[in-house]
Design a protein around this ligand. Structure first.
Ligand code: CDV
Length: 308
């Protein structure tokens, strides 16, 4: 018998810098209700869903910086999303800026969570591959200050038993790194959820501007195929505060094929009935790790930067 999970990928259009959490949450509620209407078990929202992509601005005022983060989850502005999802018996995953008081210190992370149909948070991931820079580069059209605003995530690439399968999360730039999927693949992942904010002009590698859409799908499709897992990649898209963000939200089968794709750069829901048993198919054939993977022969390099 198939293990079907109907998954919604809820692309968001731009979020303005001055857009309140209440307005954003009302957009999320609309997408959540659409997903319920289509029989979804689970909806995936983008990276930093609750605000504009704030790392594009240099900021020094701690209060201003803190205004883009959540100290509690759910806080009062986000509670209606949890309440409605619980009422509709639909799970969701979304990203936000997390302020965590841990070890006597306040930490800032780029985080995503997985919430089950009862409204309980069952998984948390903190972004590991933080792109961009930590210094102010006023000569650039916009900043990409993730290394300034966030610490590297300290929770590893987790996999959670939920929605009848093995669920994993990563965030945006993580999707470009084979290690991301392989670590989850080694833990038996069957469905990876991720959100992204990807400018169509990347200031430090402009020669690839024409290829941003290709590289987006290339990395997720190969991660799906090579680890035999569903991948749900969800964009924040469109012209946000003068920065054009890539769309291309998609649901990818364990074969590597895109089975659902958005058509707009705005709030848009796509969905697909994902049979988690399909993820098992190649885990027992081409990518049966126990049978065919040979890590003891790889000459693994553990240094961070690799060989020189
Ligand atoms: N939010 C991101 O991680 N964005 C990066 C861009 C800056 C390259 C990405 O990998 O899409």
């Amino acid at each position: 018998m198939a293990r079907n999970v109907t998954v919604g990928a809820a692309q968001m259009g731009p979020i303005a810098r001055n857009e309140s959490r209440q307005v954003v949450v009302s957009r999320l509620l609309e997408l959540l209700r659409q997903a319920h209407g289509r029989g979804c078990d689970l909806v995936v929202f983008p990276e930093l869903t609750l605000t504009t992509f704030f790392p594009r601005w240099w900021m020094e005022d701690p209060a201003e910086i803190e205004s883009f983060f959540e100290r509690e989850m759910p806080g009062p502005a986000v509670q209606p999303l949890f309440d409605e999802a619980k009422r509709l018996e639909i799970g969701f995953s979304f990203g936000y800026g997390e302020l965590a008081d841990e070890g006597g210190k306040t930490h800032r992370y780029n985080t995503s969570i997985l919430v089950d149909k009862s409204g309980a948070i069952v998984g948390k991931y903190r972004k590991i591959h933080l792109p961009g820079h930590a210094d102010h580069r006023p000569e650039w059209p916009f900043q990409h200050l993730e290394k300034y605003f966030f610490e590297v995530g300290d929770l590893g690439f987790g996999v959670w038993d939920a929605f009848g399968g093995k669920m994993g999360m990563c965030i945006c730039n993580d999707r470009r790194w084979p290690e991301t999927y392989r670590v989850m693949g080694l833990k038996g992942v069957e469905l990876v959820m991720l959100g992204y904010n990807t400018p169509t002009h990347i200031p430090w590698e402009p020669i690839y501007d024409d290829l941003t859409g290709f590289h987006n799908h290339l990395s997720m499709q190969s991660g799906a195929y090579q680890n035999s897992t569903w991948v749900v990649g969800v964009a924040k898209a469109g012209m946000e505060e003068g920065c054009n963000l890539l769309a291309g939200t998609c649901i990818i089968a364990p074969s590597g094929e895109i089975v659902a794709l958005t058509a707009t750069k705005d709030d848009e829901l796509i969905s697909h009935v994902c049979d988690l048993d399909l993820a098992q198919y190649n885990k027992k054939a081409m990518f049966d790790f126990a049978q065919h993977r040979r890590p003891e022969h790889y000459g693994i390099i553990t240094e961070r930067a690799g060989p020189v």
